[in-house]
Design a protein around this ligand. Structure first.
Ligand code: MN
Length: 264
């Protein structure tokens, strides 16, 4: 019998390990990614919910709903198949990804001050290296969570921060994505913003570098996370399985973090 698992259950029951919910509530007002209208690209459905019955003449003893939404709605998982650069891998969709990707340690990089000062802030290799100097190297098989406090924005308008030239939200320098994917061999990156790339990422080279390079390296993504400010720089374990949609490119997910109660 595994004492590790017994201890885990005990520490969860006694509160020695805390569970932090990194998930935003999914509701019709949940913001969705806005792509440039002039490109005439397809549109991701916002979350839509319709009551089937609620202990009434449509179903006297039961309450349930129908819902629909795009795979990339709210707090959600991005699988490598999401991007053209990741299309040729095997086991790269929500139903075929190794479940080992769904439970893993997290490194939390705090760039909340930089993002507050500059909504177009791009995380760079020197920024990551400075973080590693303080906290130690990012271990292979970790999630890297990019704290910007963007999930604390008070409205969809300030969260999406759309201007005439598109969204203005933080993202990545392409070299930083390559560094994490190739040099650190992370599972992927998680962000607080509506997608894993910057609001202005359509104009970066390559276009949408986090999607292009992460998925091109068979890595995953998490978007729309919240409560990253409650996590330690290291020491949390993330539980983030997507729905098992056949050949799914992603899905809304309930993302939880386990951490020692004294942290951070
Ligand atoms: Mn996505």
């Amino acid at each position: 019998m595994s004492t590790t698992l017994t201890n885990l259950a005990l520490e969860l029951a006694t509160g020695t390990i805390t569970i932090v919910d990194l998930t935003a509530t999914l509701e019709p007002s949940t913001p969705t990614l806005q792509l440039p209208e002039e490109m005439n690209w397809g549109v991701s459905w916002p979350f839509h919910i319709e009551e089937i019955s609620r202990y009434d003449d449509r179903g006297p003893a039961w309450y349930w709903n129908n819902f629909k939404c795009g795979e990339h709605t709210g707090t959600h998982f991005d699988a490598p198949i999401h991007w053209v650069s990741g299309q040729d891998y095997e086991n790269h969709a929500t139903d075929t990804l190794s479940t080992a990707n769904f439970i893993a340690p997290a490194c939390v990089i705090d760039a909340s001050a930089e993002a507050a000062a500059n909504p177009d802030f791009l995380l760079s290799v020197p920024f990551i290296e400075a973080w590693e100097k303080e906290h130690g190297e990012i271990e292979a098989g970790s999630w890297v969570l990019y704290r910007t406090d963007w999930s604390k924005k008070p409205s969809n308008e300030t969260y999406l921060n759309m201007q005439e030239d598109g969204g203005h939200t933080p993202g990545w320098e392409p070299s930083a994505v390559n560094f994490l994917a190739e040099k650190r061999d992370v599972i992927g990156v998680g962000v607080e913003t509506v997608g894993t790339d910057a609001g202005q990422a359509a104009g970066q080279d390559p276009m949408f570098p986090c999607h292009n390079l992460m998925h091109g390296a068979n890595k995953c993504g998490l978007a729309g996370l919240c409560n990253l400010d409650l996590l330690p720089a290291k020491g949390a374990v993330i539980i983030a399985p997507p729905l098992k949609i056949k050949q799914g490119s992603g899905s809304p997910a309930r993302v939880l973090a386990l951490l020692p109660s004294e942290a951070p």
